[in-house]
Design a binder for this molecule. Structure first.
Ligand SMILES: Cc1cc2nc3c(=O)[nH]c(=O)nc-3n(C[C@H](O)[C@H](O)[C@H](O)COP(=O)(O)OP(=O)(O)OC[C@H]3O[C@@H](n4cnc5c(N)ncnc54)[C@H](O)[C@@H]3O)c2cc1C
Length: 470
C-alpha cells in the first residue's frame, strides 16, 4: 500500500551528500525537502572544510616560497602579511562559493524545498524540524561529522580549537599545538606555520599519516620539519591547563615527560558521525560505536526506507564520496538500481606542500593479502620536470599484481600529487597494467611522467634511460 506523505524524500543535513541527493531527486521529480541546521547551507566542505583550508594552504605557499626560492639567482624575501585581511578574503570566497554552488543550485531546483532547522526522527516516516512535523516515504540521513573530542584531563576548562574555530580566528596565535597526525592536522600545521605561528604537532601514532606508505610519511615529515614544524610522534597528552597567556600541555612518550606551552590547542583528532539527537535509537536505526550509521552497499540502513550517506556513514570521509553516496542513495531508494561504490578506486589527497595523493592498495595491504608484493618506488629526482623546475621533493610508489602486472595502487608525494593521481585512478579503476601505462605517450616534461617511469621500473633498469624512451 502506498503511504500518503508530505514528501517522497526528506533529507536531513544540507552538505555535499544532501545536495547530490537533492540534485538526483529533483531530476526524478521527487517531492523533496532538505532540512539543515548547525553549519550554513553547503555543510562542511564549502564553509569550514575543503574550500577555506585549500585557500589558506595556497596563501601559505605564497608566503613561504619567496623566503626559500627554488632558484639560486632569486634573492629570498619575506612578504608582509595581514592576517585579518587574509581571513576576510577567505570569508568572501566561502560566501561566493556557497552562493554559487548551493544557494543558486537550490533555486534551480523545481521539486526541492529547503527548511532551516534541526531535524529529528519522531517515527520511521516523520521528521520534526522548525516546529513542524513532516512525513516522507523515504528518508536520507546526511548529517555529516564533527571533531572527535578526546577526554584529556583539563581540556574542557582550558579550551581548544577545532578546525571550525581555527578558521574563524581574529588574531594569529603566536604558537599552536596541533594534536593529531592525519590530513587535517598536517594541513592546518602547515597553514599556521607558514603564516608565522610556531607550530608543534603532537601525535599518538608512530608516524604521521599512518595509513600512508611509510616512505611517504617519512619524507613528508622531513619536509614539514625542514620548514620549522616540530613533530612529536608516539606522544600522549596527559593533561592540559591554563597558564598566563596560554595553555600548558603535559605530554609523555616512552622515555620522557615534557611540558609544552602554547597559546592555542587545535584538536585534529579525527571525526565522528553526527548521530546524536536524531532519534535514531527510538526508531531502531543501527549505529556503530556511537560513531556512524550502519549502511549496506546500497546506502540503506537496517530500516529499509531510511538511507544514510556521507560522513555520517564513516565509510570514507571525503567530499567526493559524500556526493557519490548521496546520489546513489536516491537512485537505489527509488529504483532497483542496486548501485554501490568501488572504494578501492577512490583517490584522496592531502594538500600540504608537497602534496600527498593515493589510490588503491598500499604495499602493506597487498602483502597482507598475497604474502608477497611487486612494488617500485621512484624518487622525484628521477623525473626530468622535477629536476628542470628545481622541485624534486617526494617520491612515487606503485603497487602491482605480482603475476599480472596489473596496477593496484599508486601513492605519491610531489608538488602536485593531487593532479597526478587521476591517471593512476583510471589505471586502478579500469584494471590497466604497467605495460598499458608504458605504451601511453605522456607529455614531456611533466610530473605525471613519474607514473610512466614507475611502470617502466617493473620492466627495465630506469637508472640509464634517455628521455621518453619506452
Ligand atoms: C578542514 C577540512 C578539510 C577537508 N578537506 C577535504 C578535501 O580537501 N577533500 C575532500 O574530499 N574532503 C575534505 N574534507 C572532508 C569533507 O569536507 C567531508 O567529507 C564532506 O563535507 C562531508 O559531507 P556530508 O554531506 O556528509 O556532511 P556535511 O557537509 O558536514 O553536511 C552535514 C550538514 O548537516 C547538518 N546537520 C547535522 N545534524 C543535523 C540535524 N539534526 N538536522 C539538520 N541538519 C543537521 C550539519 O550542520 C551540516 O550542515 C575536509 C574536511 C575538513 C573538516
Amino acid at each position: 500500500m502506498m503511504l500518503s506523505t508530505d514528501y517522497d524524500l526528506i533529507i536531513l543535513g544540507g552538505g555535499a551528500a544532501a545536495f547530490a541527493a537533492a540534485t538526483e531527486a529533483d531530476r526524478r521529480e521527487l517531492r523533496t525537502v532538505i532540512i539543515n541546521a548547525g553549519l550554513p547551507m553547503g555543510g562542511t566542505c564549502v564553509n569550514v572544510g575543503c574550500v577555506p583550508s585549500k585557500h589558506l594552504l595556497a596563501l601559505g605557499k605564497g608566503l613561504y616560497h619567496p623566503t626559500r626560492p627554488d632558484f639560486a639567482s632569486i634573492e629570498a624575501t619575506t612578504p608582509s602579511f595581514d592576517f585579518a585581511r587574509a581571513m576576510a578574503d577567505k570569508d568572501l570566497l566561502v560566501s561566493a562559493l556557497r552562493q554559487r554552488n548551493y544557494q543558486e543550485v537550490l533555486e534551480s531546483f523545481s521539486h526541492v524545498e529547503f527548511l532551516e532547522g534541526r531535524g529529528r526522527l519522531i517515527d520511521a516516516h516523520t521528521v520534526e524540524a522548525a516546529g513542524r512535523q513532516l512525513t516522507g516515504s523515504k528518508i536520507l540521513i546526511a548529517t555529516g561529522s564533527s571533531t572527535r573530542i578526546p577526554s584529556f584531563k583539563g581540556l574542557e576548562e582550558t579550551g581548544y580549537l577545532t578546525h571550525i574555530e581555527a578558521l574563524g580566528l581574529e588574531r594569529l596565535p603566536a604558537s599552536l599545538l596541533v594534536f593529531g597526525s592525519g590530513f587535517l592536522a598536517l594541513e592546518f600545521a602547515q597553514i599556521f606555520n607558514r603564516m608565522g605561528t610556531k607550530v608543534t604537532l603532537v601525535a599518538r601514532a608512530p608516524r604521521i599519516l599512518r595509513v600512508q606508505e611509510p616512505e611517504i610519511s617519512d619524507a613528508l615529515r622531513s619536509c614539514l620539519e625542514s620548514e620549522g614544524i616540530e613533530i612529536l610522534t608516539e606522544n600522549h597528552i596527559q593533561s592540559v591547563s591554563k597558564v598566563a597567556g596560554g595553555k600548558r600541555v603535559n605530554v609523555t612518550s616512552k622515555d620522557e615527560e615534557r611540558v609544552l606551552e602554547t597559546e592555542e590547542i587545535l584538536l585534529a583528532t579525527g571525526v565522528r558521525g553526527n548521530v546524536d539527537e536524531l532519534g535514531l535509537e527510538d526508531i531502531g536505526v543501527e549505529v556503530i560505536d556511537n560513531d556512524r550509521i550502519l549502511v549496506n552497499d546500497q546506502m540503506q540502513t537496517n530500516i529499509p526506507h531510511i538511507y544514510a550517506a556521507g560522513d555520517v556513514t564513516g565509510r570514507k570521509r571525503l567530499e567526493t564520496v559524500a556526493a557519490k553516496e548521496g546520489k546513489l542513495a536516491v537512485e537505489n531508494a527509488f529504483t532497483n538500481a542496486g548501485k554501490s561504490i568501488d572504494f578501492n578506486s577512490i583517490p584522496y589527497a592531502v594538500f600540504t606542500d608537497p602534496e600527498v595523493a593515493s589510490v588503491g592498495l598500499t604495499e602493506a595491504e597487498y602483502t597482507d593479502q598475497h604474502g608477497t608484493c611487486s612494488c617500485r618506488t621512484i624518487p622525484m629526482d628521477m623525473i626530468p620536470r622535477a629536476v628542470a623546475v628545481n622541485d624534486t621533493r617526494g617520491l612515487l610508489k606503485m603497487v602491482t599484481h605480482h603475476e599480472t602486472g596489473q596496477v593496484l595502487g599508486v601513492h605519491i608525494l610531489a608538488a602536485n600529487a593531487s593532479e597526478m593521481i587521476h591517471e593512476a585512478t583510471l589505471a586502478v579503476k579500469h584494471g590497466l597494467s604497467v605495460d598499458d601505462l608504458i605504451d601511453t605517450v605522456h607529455v614531456f616534461p611533466t610530473y605525471s611522467e613519474a607514473i610512466k617511469i614507475a611502470a617502466q621500473a617493473f620492466r627495465r633498469d630506469i637508472s640509464t634511460m634517455s628521455c621518453c624512451v619506452e
